[in-house]
Design a protein around this ligand. Structure first.
Ligand SMILES: Nc1ncnc2c1ncn2[C@@H]1O[C@H](COP(=O)(O)OP(=O)(O)OP(=O)(O)O)[C@@H](O)[C@H]1O
Ligand SMILES: [Mg+2]
Length: 297
């Protein structure tokens, strides 16, 4: 069942088109990664989803309600962690958490203390004195203390150290166990790889890929290192083979994952002594997407 459905969403700021026909869906019980480089449109999409910004055209439905017109209703069942956490400077972290949870309606009650401990947060300090990471922790504790159906997290770990990132991952896994849904925007790919059922990749306001990690792997390359009895010939000419290099340990190359079978058939007659392969990571996939027009880094 679809909890969140973004259909053909376009958002213009003056003449600038920030979002250009974005489609995005989160089903019940699903964790969806929303990946893209700086300025791609992740936060803008999320702000439209939350009814903070009005769409130029297109439709956003949450729980089958309209994101703009029914925002108040929707928000009772949504927990949100913004990318840039700004808190009220004169309230303490604990006060802000209580306020957020109250605004959300229902709360997990006991969750609050447990989360404050897990995230190692001092809730008695004034928000003005918190570091970026600590502000993010306040927002995360508030979000995960709320009994929401949909958690919308906009780059929630950009200020957290690795230990806290792990705590965050446990929190996401916990809400998933409870059957809740999560939209998680990030450019930390390892995080998304571990947590998400599906990912959508956005670039310059357009979704360029979406699917399960398995589905997206057809776009990736596997790194191979092979040692053969006889020297391999004709490898570089094969379709789907890249970066062939003779090393002391054997021939090293990359192969498009969907051309693997042909390549193995080609090298097999040379007498394979040893073959090592490294699975494609989302990182590779991501990097190749950035190599497009105007996106060279
Ligand atoms: N209020 C605004 N007025 C004008 N342009 C805006 C506004 N908000 C966002 N933009 C532009 O829209 C584009 C998308 O921005 P957005 O913040 O959604 O990117 P993002 O994917 O969240 O990036 P980041 O990873 O840096 O957070 C950017 O080019 C940004 O400059
Ligand atoms: Mg952003």
């Amino acid at each position: 069942m679809s909890l969140l459905k973004v259909s053909n969403l376009t958002k213009k700021f003056g003449k600038f088109t920030a979002l250009d026909g974005v489609n995005l869906e989160v089903n019940s019980g699903e964790i969806v990664g929303f990946i893209g480089p700086n300025g791609a449109g992740k936060s803008t999409t999320i702000r439209v989803i939350l009814g903070i910004l009005k769409a130029t055209s297109g439709e956003v439905k949450i729980f089958d309600k309209d994101a703009w017109n029914d925002a108040v209703d929707i928000h009772k069942r949504v927990a949100y962690v913004p990318g840039d956490v700004n808190l009220w400077p004169n309230l303490t972290g604990g006060e802000v958490i209580d306020l957020f949870v109250k605004l959300n309606g229902t709360d997990h009650g006991s969750k609050r203390e447990e989360l404050i401990q897990k995230f190692d947060l001092d809730p008695t300090k004034k928000c003005r004195t918190y570091s970026k990471g600590n502000r993010q922790k306040v927002a995360l504790v508030a979000a995960f203390s709320s009994d929401a159906d949909l958690y919308i997290l906009d780059e929630p770990t950009s200020g957290l150290d690795p230990l806290m990132e792990k705590v965050f991952q446990e929190c996401v896994m916990e809400v998933k166990r409870l059957g809740k849904s999560v939209l998680l925007s990030s450019h930390i790919l390892s995080e998304v790889e571990k947590l998400c059922d599906r990912v959508s990749i956005i670039r310059q306001g357009k979704i360029i890929e979406s699917g399960t990690l398995a589905e997206l792997r057809h776009l990736t390359r596997t790194q191979i290192l092979v040692e053969t009895k006889d020297p391999i010939t004709g490898l570089a000419d094969l379709e789907g083979v890249h970066e062939v290099e003779d090393t002391e340990l054997g021939v090293s190359f990359q192969v498009d994952s969907d051309k693997m079978d042909l390549v193995i058939k080609h090298i097999s007659p040379f007498g394979i002594v040893k073959l090592e392969s490294a699975p494609p990571t989302l990182e590779d996939l991501f990097m190749r997407h950035y190599e497009g027009v105007g996106g060279k880094r």
